[in-house]
Design a protein around this ligand. Structure first.
Ligand code: GCU
Length: 604
């Protein structure tokens, strides 16, 4: 396969009145440079980074011309266009013909161009729409900025007519000294397959084999003794390449990828990586780095991962959607465990079958993209959805089952904020809790007892404290005894106490600070927020490190000295549960839904 980048100088224009389709803007023969409504845009780039469109939520058309000049015989190959990420609805035309559309802002999608592409003067037209709709994933209300448009790479894929696709590498450990590798694939056309596994420097062929000419699906297994295991501390990688070895195509490379040998397992209330118990420590991160928006340079992503490691973190939660695959390549190479999720966020249209199909497709696109990345250890099918509601629980259960059907080798979960009535905790591999004691409600000193209470009914699996935190405006300081909201001292107090408390709980297998970096959220407009969610360890505008940033490495493994509240928790669960907690969480949900339904935060 060859890829040709279609990044670069494109033209674009807003379609404020939504007249583009009616007026056939897709019949775009060539740049009409006199059309002064056309603006330049350097793809990949969100149209919200264009002057005057900073808060635009609507439709943008993008225009590009490309050549195929290096291809002599155009019929020798198949051709696809790949968008790595375009938000939210994307419609694509080539040479005036409609190719197809995609819903979803965070996973790659592919469209076949084979019958329409020409060697020269290919007119590519892409219409993107980031207007929030009730039946979309995410729905109307979410706590991040709705960056719209083609914000990740666009590539032309030149594919051999006989090739493999959906190559999935699953690694299991019998012991740390012996691993079983299963590699499955689908064949397009006919392939006489030869495979090789090399060391990560691609110099020594360590294992190789062949499989006879065939079509359809195929797989092969091998056992590796004394494997170099992948882990965050020692991120060993291997390299797989596959050739089509038929007479006509001697040793033609048709597939290659790095992969890692590791296994993630659950046993009782603990998580095991490569047969050793592991405790996950990290933070969540939105895909946003100002002034780049979501189109973050590789070096900046690498800098973030290096900072996570320097903080003592061994994991990252890519909230609330999959980030660019470049980040996952970095976490594979540098060594950081990744928790990925799809943006089934809070209140979605759980009764709508089309909404479910959109979520299912996103989950499939994500798993198919990242299944061979050793650093990814978990798929979450949602965040803070009303799991006490039956429609929602059914929707989530179907997604959990679908994820497990695609990939039984990873943790499958749904991140919850439900203290008690969560109808899906029995289906997930790992239970989770988001809660903000000490910030939104209560005091951080309540956490120890709360965790012992909520854990009582779900005592047979690991728990992760998936979100906790407090806002702080960088540079706002008060005396320690003042504890003013949005001061760096208050943030440090909440994080410090919570971390040392969770480290104490033997049924917890990890925690994730919300959030590594402040991020744009137009609903947050008080004088400290200024359009940002301020719970980051670093500021959103200039990455300035707050007090808590320097404290984390010192307490990352520290356990708070206190008495064990486990028995008290069980007793309170028996007394309190039946009514109060149920009502309590319903009331929270109703109040949150009311505030989230506030009028539009972006101009339409
Ligand atoms: C929730 C939610 C986040 C949100 C956070 C907050 O837990 O998962 O998306 O940003 O709370 O209120 O800061």
């Amino acid at each position: 396969m060859k890829t040709v980048s279609l990044n670069g100088k494109w033209k674009c224009k807003a379609d404020v009145k939504n007249i583009g389709i009616k007026n056939k803007w897709y019949n775009f023969k060539s740049y009409n440079v006199s059309d002064n409504h056309l603006m330049d845009i350097e793809i990949p780039k969100s149209f919200n980074l264009l002057k005057g469109f900073e808060n635009f939520e609507g439709i943008f058309w993008h225009f590009n011309q490309f050549e195929l000049n290096e291809e002599k015989d155009i019929n020798k190959y198949d051709y696809q266009i790949m968008f790595k990420g375009s938000n939210y609805n994307t419609k694509i035309w080539l040479n005036g013909e409609f190719l197809g559309e995609h819903n979803g802002g965070f996973t790659p999608f592919f469209l076949d161009l084979t019958n329409l592409i020409k060697t020269r003067n290919n007119n590519l037209v892409v219409r993107t729409k980031n207007i929030r709709e009730k039946d979309q994933i995410p729905s109307i209300s979410f706590d991040w900025f709705n960056w719209g448009g083609i914000y990740r790479d666009v590539e032309l894929l030149i594919l051999h007519k006989n090739r493999v696709k959906d190559v999935f590498i699953k690694t299991k450990l019998r012991t740390r000294q012996q691993s079983k590798i299963e590699i499955s694939y689908s064949i397009i056309g006919e392939v006489s397959l030869k495979w090789q596994i090399l060391d990560s420097s691609k110099t020594d062929v360590l294992y190789e084999g062949t499989s006879p000419e065939r079509s359809g699906k195929g797989s092969f297994n091998l056992t590796i003794n004394d494997p170099k295991l992948w882990s965050p501390n020692v991120p060993n990688l291997y390299y797989l390449r596959i050739f089509n070895n038929s007479q006509k195509t001697e040793n033609l490379l048709i597939f290659n990828t790095y992969f890692g040998i590791r296994q993630i397992e659950i046993n009782g209330i603990h998580i095991y990586l490569n047969k050793e118990k592991i405790f996950l420590k990290g933070a969540s991160l939105h895909e946003e780095y100002m002034p780049y928006g979501r189109t973050i340079p590789y070096e900046k992503r690498k800098e973030d991962v290096m900072n996570f490691k320097s903080l003592g973190f061994n994991a990252i939660r890519t909230a609330h959607y999959s980030h660019d695959e470049a980040l996952i390549e970095i976490t594979d190479k540098i060594g950081l465990l990744v928790l990925e999720e799809i943006p089934v966020y809070q209140h979605c249209d759980f009764k709508n079958s089309q909404t479910y199909e959109t979520a299912k497709n996103m989950l499939k696109e994500l798993i198919y993209r990242d299944i061979n990345h050793p650093s990814v250890i978990w798929w979450s099918v949602g965040n803070e959805v009303p799991l006490h509601q039956r429609n929602c629980a059914r929707f989530i259960k179907k997604l959990i089952d679908f994820a497990r059907e695609l990939d039984e080798t990873r943790i499958i979960t749904c991140v919850s904020r439900k203290l008690i009535p969560d109808l899906t905790r029995k289906y997930v591999n790992v239970a989770s809790i988001n809660s903000y004691f000490g910030w939104y409600y209560g005091h951080e000193k309540m956490i120890s007892l709360i965790l012992d209470i909520i854990r009582t009914p779900v005592h047979n699996k690991p728990w992760i404290y998936t979100e906790f935190g407090a806002g702080a405006k960088y540079g706002f300081h008060v005396d320690w005894n003042k504890q003013r909201k949005y001061s760096e001292e208050k943030q440090l107090q909440v994080l410090d106490y919570t971390i040392r408390t969770i480290n104490l709980k033997e049924f917890f297998s990890g925690w994730f600070i919300w959030n590594y970096r402040d991020f744009k959220s137009p609903k947050r407009t008080n004088k400290f927020q200024e359009g940002f969610n301020r719970k980051g360890l670093v500021s959103g505008e200039k990455n300035e490190k707050k007090l808590a940033y320097y404290r984390i490495p010192k307490i990352i493994n520290v356990k708070r000295k206190t008495f064990n509240t486990k028995i008290v928790g069980i007793i309170l669960w028996i007394i309190l549960f039946p009514l109060s907690f149920f009502l309590f969480t319903h009331i929270i949900d109703y109040v949150l839904k009311y505030f989230e339904s506030k009028p539009d935060y972006l101009n339409r």
